[in-house]
Design a protein around this ligand. Structure first.
Ligand SMILES: [Zn+2]
Length: 439
């Protein structure tokens, strides 16, 4: 063997041994990768059933997400599905009617919560936000639906969640009586603790409610720096929820639906309509008025014809002689635009006035100077829109969907949980247009 041949042989041997070495390394890397996949999937396999966390940030007007750096909300948006121009609330754009529409899929006349405060015309009894008697709360909220399908639910605050409905009794371990002073972090920690339970005990449906930024919006209006700070705080609390779910290895498996109940618009003492200014046309006594603003609700005594009251009020408002008169329109409830879905309940008084965006209705001039924010207006106003973000296995990443009404959310949740829901005003085909098929 010549020197050249020998070195060629050595070279080929060393090539062979080096390729064997590379092969072993690749095999090692591949097995490590497979092990990692195995362990990560066994960690996320903790959830043996679909779980939905429904979060409400009260008064989170669409667009607030751009007021401050919101890395956590942005993460949900980028990796999930978003209503590109916001979520449309039901009319009236108030807290209780909307929260209950979200969990029943029904317009307010059908679920019974037609306002934050209203009267039963038969008994004369008043509903307030502290009323938990089942007689007020019609229809089937999601926590009841979930139980009727033999799954479990938990609520960390939601209007109606304390009301006993069917099998739902607001159990101590899975339902908190409303207390606005509970720190947001405590609420998140309680929800996270549910994911430390044995798999079969983790609730399939969980609500989580935050009063902000509605709270600040009323006081200072939507454009104050207090709102910016409040939005940043909500983002941080969403961040702590995400982090806690990640630590438990379930973040990618859980469905998070983040919504608000309505938006917010600035109001000021120059944008007022006074009922006493209508006196030359018709006197509206204080005790006829069940709710002033921005949804004026009037029930005159039985001896007074509502149609006459409406005609006289509009005559005055349109006369050009009443300050801001053109900013209030009064209707018999059956003549309200159909799109408002606001006539089919005797809890709605016969006369309804709609204030224009940012205007308020008061009985008389008090001289009180105040600027702040309000909601409750026509749900066609863009300022009343809020957010919708869906994140989780059934929500496509980076998907934008057109705006839709919040009555669609009930069917979305029952579809994700694969359970049978109650009849409602949402469309049966809506979930198919939004959700990915189950894996
Ligand atoms: Zn609200």
């Amino acid at each position: 063997m010549g020197e050249e041949e020998e070195s060629a042989l050595l070279l080929s041997r060393s090539k062979r041994s080096s390729s064997t070495f590379t092969y072993c390394i690749l095999l090692l890397i591949a097995s490590m990768f497979l092990l990692a996949v195995y362990f990560s999937s066994s960690a996320t396999a903790k959830l043996h059933h679909p779980v939905v966390i429904l979060i409400s940030s009260d008064g989170f007007r669409f667009g607030y997400q751009f007021k401050a750096p919101t890395p956590n909300i942005r993460r949900l948006i980028q990796d999930g599905t978003e209503a590109e121009s916001g979520l449309i609330p039901v009319f009236p754009t108030l807290t209780f009617p909307n929260h209950y529409s979200i969990v029943t899929g029904l317009y307010p006349p059908h679920h019974g919560i037609v306002n934050n405060v209203f009267f039963d015309p038969l008994t004369g009894q008043q509903f307030t936000m502290q009323s938990h008697e089942p007689k007020w709360w019609l229809a089937q909220p999601l926590w009841e639906t979930v139980l009727l399908n033999n799954l479990s639910a938990a609520t960390y605050f939601w209007p109606g969640s304390e009301v006993h409905k069917g099998p739902w009794t607001c159990p101590t371990a899975f339902c908190q009586p409303y207390n606005g002073s509970v720190p947001f972090q405590d609420r998140v920690d309680t929800v996270l603790n549910y994911f430390d339970l044995p798999s079969h005990q983790i609730p399939s449906f969980i609500t989580l409610y935050f009063e902000d930024p509605d709270h600040q919006g009323h006081r200072v209006g939507p454009d104050d720096s207090e709102i910016t700070q409040s939005v940043a705080r909500i983002d941080a609390i969403i961040g702590s929820l995400i982090q806690g779910l990640e630590q438990r290895g379930v973040f990618q498996d859980v469905h998070i639906i983040m919504v608000g109940d309505h938006g917010m618009v600035g109001t000021c003492d120059t944008k007022l309509v006074f009922l006493d200014d209508l006196a030359p046309w018709i006197q509206i006594p204080r005790d006829w008025v069940q709710y002033f603003t921005p949804i004026l609700s009037i029930r005159p005594p039985p001896s007074v014809d509502p149609a006459h009251v409406v005609a006289k009020m509009n005559e005055g408002l349109n006369s050009g002689k009443v300050e801001n008169g053109a900013k209030l329109k009064v209707y018999l409830k059956e003549d309200l635009p159909e799109r408002l879905h606001y006539s089919d309940s005797d809890r709605i008084p016969p006369i309804i006035g709609l204030a224009d965006e940012g205007f308020k209705v008061e009985q008389n001039r008090t001289g009180k100077k105040e600027c702040g924010g309000a909601h409750g207006y026509d749900n066609a106003f863009f300022s009343m829109r809020t957010i919708f973000i869906g994140h989780g296995p059934r929500f496509a990443r980076g998907k934008k969907i057109p705006s839709f009404e919040n009555v669609q959310i009930y069917n979305l949740v029952t579809s994700i949980l694969d359970i049978k829901g109650a009849p409602n005003n949402g469309s049966d085909s809506f979930p198919d247009s939004v959700l990915l098929p189950p894996a």
